[in-house]
Each structure stands twice: as structure tokens, then as C-alpha cells.
Design a protein around this ligand. Structure first.
Ligand code: GAL
Length: 677
């Protein structure tokens, strides 16, 4: 059993806290003492300070005012509260936009934005970079020695792109470097002889635009990579200024499956990942699917660094920005929070501590409402969870260990979005990923979501749904994985293009993968949404929708065939022995998940993947997850099924909060328990 891996060497508890904006109340500072009293009652041990507070810290250029953070740090030290200190780059002061218009963002139609909102800066602007480095340095110098400082939080949910001249220049340099300053290399990879779009030199390589070039897929995918690289570069710039004075760990809060930035690249710049989770609970059709989707998102966030993460934001009750902003029902916030921990979070944090009085988020849920006191349902639920998390301290630093992985790549999202074909506007890559994820999740099997370029060494099973982008090198690594005994699952649209979105000549799946799967795919049929195709496999009938690929099988064993259409009786599901391993190919999109469930069930049994409760059925809609470390195993049971459920355990467990010994448990609606094996 491996040891624990704490995110912070000096903090061995679960973090419980969230966004705190005392600057909104600087005209009534007595409220800060009330905040401290209430935070104690809520069992908060952390507050995230400084998000979007630049105008408070630097009200005029070069004029600084640290009186609010000074006061809060002092109170935090006295009250044993930890501070996660944010850098303020997510929103800038009005004077900066006025004096330095270049700090504003330029849209893809080349119009510069006006001042307003947040996340509205240019990440290439030398002035913006200089200004943020200054303020970060001052913050780090001032607070690095405070015992209250836990770690750094860079900016807030970084996102967006800018099309100004600074950014254009940086893009040109990015391309020069990537294509060895050889424009013909670029022309070939971008296939620019098509429609006479050849470039004569790098200076012509303008960023894509809705009113200009947007049909060259090599350009659009390289631009997205540039946006990631430039965001990461800006992040490194912010971090370097902090590091001059503080060696505390650094994170930035991500947004789950946000598609604008390759989070796997961005995660390389920080010490650990954190993310903001705002599920759609209380759905008319139930929360089972949503719980599984959120589980997958947590697993993706954890897998970015294969390390525990923080749940940096969640709501204690409701949000204000969805079309319908429904209250989380009693108990739901608790199991949603425990779900994050079950999947590898070492914190539960909220947006926000106190509801702001005015402006756009005044109706967003908070621990303390405009009412201002502690006798509310939401406050009571928060305080009860805080007390419970104190009893669950031993879970902090334990790990989620997975023997199965699903490949999930931002490159693939981008290339599928661009590709004009299949279902043009929505290829449903996320849904395809979730279809496979769900089959592991239902069984309580831990699974990582890794990138194709990550190491495959720790895994026995790899599933690669719709792995459209695959270069020869990745194909070779997948081949070695199978050769050495791994089980690989590939699906339709596998390995059709290289990393620059150029189709592989010789067919798909590319190169050695044809030997690995023992077949090649010849055509891909896209169905109208109301159509389906019969599938015969495992002696049963299943249903395909959306996509059916027509295969030419060479060495593979046929396990399933199409039951209708002009490709009736041709193979649609195969397995091939390759070296010591096996490679399955599923040529169609499974409609309901029943086929995928059967397949993953068989593979899990064959590879003896550990399940949360050995040999027992987990009721539908109950999440069962294991975290382990330092000789201990913790079982999380969380009931998202919408009704009471009895769970039979595979032995005697201890309920951590009560010490009670149990071997079966009744979980009421929205109930959950953490048990020790
Ligand atoms: C997040 C953001 C917070 C707050 C919250 C509201 O995306 O980081 O600052 O706006 O949403 O749900």
C-alpha cells in the first residue's frame, strides 16, 4: 500500500472553505469580524482571497492599498484560518483600460472590446504582463511569510483568446518555430494548395477569423494550440513573479471539460489542479446520468497531473447563470461534495462565502445570505458538512488508484469540431467518452482519463473512443501496450488523421493499428437521428445509432455483425490477439449503453479490475468509490438514484463518523456514507 500524498506538506486535513470577497464590504468593516465568527460556526478552515480584486489593491497606477488583505490575514492568523491567495489578473481596474487600451482584448473580427465584464485582457500585451508581474510580486513579498498562507491561486478560470497585433506576432513566431521556419513545411501540413490558400511567407499566417480564413483545418488547430501555449506562457509569467518571494504551491481553477484550452498542457504550469464544479442537479429525469458525468469530470481533472486536486468552487445551494436556477434539494450539496472527495479532491470549497449585495451575482447561492445570520437551511447544511469533514481528515492525501484508462484529448475535440463530415455540428465526442466511462463507473471501477501522449504503463485496460487524431508514434505506443498484455478498445473514426489534421494515407486506423486490430475500416455511415441499425452480438440484439463503420477484417475474430442496412451481416465488433494482449474494435455507436456495458463488464472480469465492492451489485445510481493510502481503504457510497437504496457490502466496514460496524447499509434519498474497510 502506498503512502499518502498531501498537496501541502503542512496541512493534513481536508480543506473546507471557498471564495471570500471582504473588499465588497470595506465600507462596513465590522462585518469581517462577523465573518470570522460565522466561519468558525461553519467549520471553515480556509478562505480564498483576492479573486478579481485588482482595483482594490491598485486603485490608481502605482498606488497600492493592501489594507483589506492585511486586515483579513491578521484575522485569519488569529482564527487559525488558512488563506488561498489569488492573483487579480481575472479582472482589471478601469484606469488600466483607459490609459493602456492595448490591454483590452481584440475579437476575431479584429475589433477591440470596450472595458467591462471580466477575463477581458490580452495575454500577450507587454503592459498587462508588466502590471500583473508588479502586483503579484508585491502580494508575494507581503504575504509569503504569513502562517495563514496555504497556497496561490493564479487568476480565475483563465479562458478566451485575443486577435490583436501582439497576439498575431506571437502566433507567427509560434508557427515559425513549429515548422522550422520553412513555409513549405507549413503549406504541406496545412494542405494549402486546396482552394488556392498557399502561404508565401509566415507573415501571412493571420489568426483564423469568422470574417476571414477559417477553412484551413491545420491553421485552426494550430491556432487553438497557440491559444493554449500563450495562456500557459502568461500563467508562467504570473508564477515567476510569485516565485521570487514565495515557494508555496500554485494552482489555477479549471472548468472541467472546457474546450478552449488544452488543460493537459496548462496543468503542466501549476503544482496541482483545482476546478470549479457546477452540476445540473435535480433534473426532471433524475440525477443518475449527471452524477456519472460529474464523476468523469472529476476523474479527468485528477488525471491531468495524476494527483489529488482541490474542488475550488461549487455552490452551497444554487447558481444564477443557468437558464433555470433550481435549489439543490436537502442532502444533495453534501453528496455532491463527498463525490468530489471520492474522486480525489482534498477539499470542498464554495463560491461564495457571503452573497454580494448588488451586481450580476447578487442572487447566486452563498453560505451567508443577505439575511446575514446562521439560522438558514443552507448554512446549517454547510456547517454540518464542515463538522463531518473534520472527522474524515484521515482521507486527505489518500489516492484513487486506477488500472483502467480512457483516452481523452483536446486535440481530438478540436479536430472533430472542425471536421466537416459525420454529424457536422456535433460529433458527440464527450458522450462517446461517457458511454464507456459509465460502464466502469456503474461497477465502482476506478478509471483515469488520460491523453494519448501520456504514459500507458500503469494500466491493464485502455479505451480509446472516437480517437480521431492519432499520429504514427501514438499508434506505435498503443501497439506496444497491447503487445505487452494490455487490452485496448478502439471505436469508429479511430486514427483517421495525424496531429495536424491531415488524413492518413493508406486508410484507417492508421499504420500499425491495422495489425493491432486485425482490420481496416473502409467507410463510415452517418444515420439521421431517428434512424438506427440492428446489431447482433453476444447472442443478443443491440441497436446502433449515429455511426456505423464498414470494416474489412483480416486477422480479427468477428464477435458481432450488422443486422440491417446494405452492410447487413458484415462485421461490426471484433477482437484480435496481438502479442500478449487483445484489441477490440467497435465499429458503431451503441445506442443505449447496454452493449458497451456488456463489453466493459467482460473486459473487467477478464483483466480482474478491482471493483469498489467485490462480487456485489451496486444499485443503479449509487456511486461506490475507493480511496486508499497509508494502509487504509475508504469506501464512499453516495446515493444519486432518487430513491432509498440498500447496499450489500463485501465484508464488515466501519462508518467513520460514528464508529458503527456494518456489512450492509440503507442509504436514503440523497444519502451517503464514508466507510473504512
Ligand atoms: C465561476 C467563477 C466565480 C463565480 C461562479 C458563479 O465560474 O469562477 O467567480 O462567477 O462561477 O457560479
Amino acid at each position: 500500500m502506498e503512502n499518502k500524498n498531501y498537496l501541502f506538506p503542512d496541512f493534513d486535513k481536508l480543506i473546507f472553505g471557498g471564495d471570500y470577497n471582504p473588499e465588497q464590504w470595506r465600507h462596513t468593516p465590522e462585518i469581517w469580524d462577523e465573518d470570522m465568527r460565522l466561519m468558525k460556526l461553519a467549520h471553515w478552515n480556509e478562505a480564498t482571497l483576492g479573486v478579481f480584486s485588482w482595483a482594490e489593491l491598485e486603485p490608481q497606477e502605482g498606488v497600492y492599498d493592501f489594507s483589506v488583505p492585511d486586515a483579513i490575514f491578521e484575522k485569519a492568523e488569529k482564527n487559525g484560518l488558512k488563506i488561498i491567495l489569488a492573483t487579480p489578473s481575472g479582472a482589471k481596474p478601469r484606469w488600466m483600460a483607459e490609459k493602456y487600451p492595448e490591454t483590452m482584448r481584440t475579437a476575431d473580427d479584429r475589433h477591440r472590446a470596450l472595458y467591462g465584464r471580466r477575463h477581458n485582457h490580452c495575454f500577450s500585451s507587454p503592459v498587462y504582463r508588466e502590471k500583473i508581474a508588479n502586483i503579484n510580486r508585491l502580494l508575494a513579498e507581503r504575504y509569503s511569510h504569513s502562517p495563514a498562507l496555504l497556497c496561490w491561486h493564479i487568476s480565475n478560470e483563465v479562458n478566451g483568446e485575443c486577435h490583436c497585433e501582439h497576439c498575431r506576432r506571437a502566433f507567427v513566431e509560434f508557427l515559425r518555430k513549429k515548422y522550422d521556419n520553412d513555409i513549405e513545411k507549413l503549406n504541406l501540413q496545412w494542405w494549402t494548395r486546396f482552394w488556392s490558400h498557399r502561404y508565401d511567407n509566415f507573415e501571412q499566417a493571420d489568426p483564423p477569423s469568422s470574417i476571414g480564413e477559417n477553412a484551413v483545418h491545420g491553421l485552426t488547430i494550430d491556432w487553438k494550440r497557440f491559444v493554449t501555449a500563450q495562456t500557459a506562457d502568461f500563467m508562467k509569467h504570473e508564477i515567476a513573479a510569485i516565485k521570487e518571494y514565495s515557494q508555496k504551491p500554485i494552482t489555477t481553477n479549471l472548468m472541467g471539460f472546457f474546450t478552449g484550452i488544452d488543460y493537459r498542457e496548462l496543468a503542466k504550469t501549476v503544482d496541482f489542479v483545482s476546478w470549479d464544479n457546477y452540476p445540473n442537479w435535480e433534473l426532471p429525469w433524475g440525477d443518475v446520468g449527471q452524477a456519472s458525468w460529474i464523476g468523469m469530470t472529476h476523474d479527468c481533472m485528477r488525471s491531468l497531473k495524476r494527483k489529488n486536486f482541490l474542488l475550488m468552487e461549487s455552490t452551497p445551494s444554487l447558481v444564477n447563470w443557468k437558464d433555470i436556477n433550481k435549489l439543490a434539494r436537502p442532502g444533495k450539496m453534501r453528496i455532491s461534495s463527498l463525490q468530489a472527495i471520492a474522486h480525489g479532491s482534498d477539499s470542498v470549497q464554495y463560491f461564495q462565502w457571503r452573497k454580494s449585495r448588488g451586481s450580476s451575482e447578487k442572487m447566486h447561492g452563498a453560505v451567508v445570505d443577505h439575511y446575514g445570520k446562521e439560522d438558514t437551511r443552507v448554512f446549517s447544511e454547510v456547517a454540518a458538512l464542515g463538522e463531518e469533514l473534520e472527522k474524515l481528515s484521515a482521507v486527505a492525501g489518500t489516492k484513487v488508484i486506477s488500472k483502467a484508462a480512457i483516452l481523452y484529448d483536446w486535440d481530438t475535440i478540436w479536430a472533430l469540431q472542425d471536421m466537416q463530415g459525420m454529424q457536422k455540428n456535433s460529433k458527440k465526442y464527450g458522450e462517446a467518452t461517457h458511454l464507456h466511462y459509465g460502464a466502469f463507473h456503474r461497477r465502482g471501477i476506478n478509471v483515469d482519463l488520460i491523453g494519448r501522449k501520456d504514459s500507458y504503463d500503469e494500466y491493464d485496460v485502455i479505451v480509446a473512443p472516437m480517437m480521431y487524431i492519432c499520429e504514427e508514434e501514438t499508434a506505435g505506443r498503443l501497439a506496444s501496450f497491447v503487445e505487452n498484455g494490455g487490452t485496448l478498445v478502439g471505436t469508429y473514426a479511430m486514427a483517421q488523421v495525424n496531429e495536424n489534421d491531415l488524413c492518413h494515407l493508406g486508410g484507417w486506423p492508421c499504420g500499425v493499428l491495422m495489425d493491432v486490430f486485425g482490420l481496416r475500416a473502409e467507410e463510415l455511415d452517418t444515420l439521421y437521428p431517428e434512424e438506427s441499425v440492428k446489431i447482433n452480438a453476444y447472442g443478443e440484439e443491440y441497436t446502433a445509432k449515429d455511426y456505423c463503420e464498414i470494416l474489412k477484417v483480416k486477422d480479427a475474430t468477428v464477435l458481432g455483425t450488422y443486422g440491417s442496412e446494405f452492410y447487413k451481416d458484415t462485421p461490426c465488433f471484433t477482437v484480435n490477439e496481438y502479442g500478449k494482449g487483445k484489441a477490440y474494435y467497435v465499429a458503431f455507436r451503441d445506442k443505449s449503453g447496454t452493449f458497451t456495458d456488456k463489453l466493459i463488464g467482460e473486459i473487467a472480469a477478464d483483466k480482474k479490475l478491482p471493483t469498489a465492492i467485490n462480487g456485489k451489485e451496486i444499485p443503479k445510481g449509487v456511486t461506490a468509490k475507493i480511496r486508499e493510502g497509508a494502509g487504509e481503504k475508504y469506501l464512499f457510497l453516495l446515493n444519486f438514484s432518487g430513491k432509498g437504496q440498500t447496499v450489500e457490502l463485501d465484508g464488515e466496514y466501519t462508518v467513520i463518523t460514528t464508529g458503527e460496524k456494518i456489512s450492509s447499509v440503507y442509504l436514503p434519498l440523497n444519502g451517503g456514507l464514508v466507510l473504512k474497510a
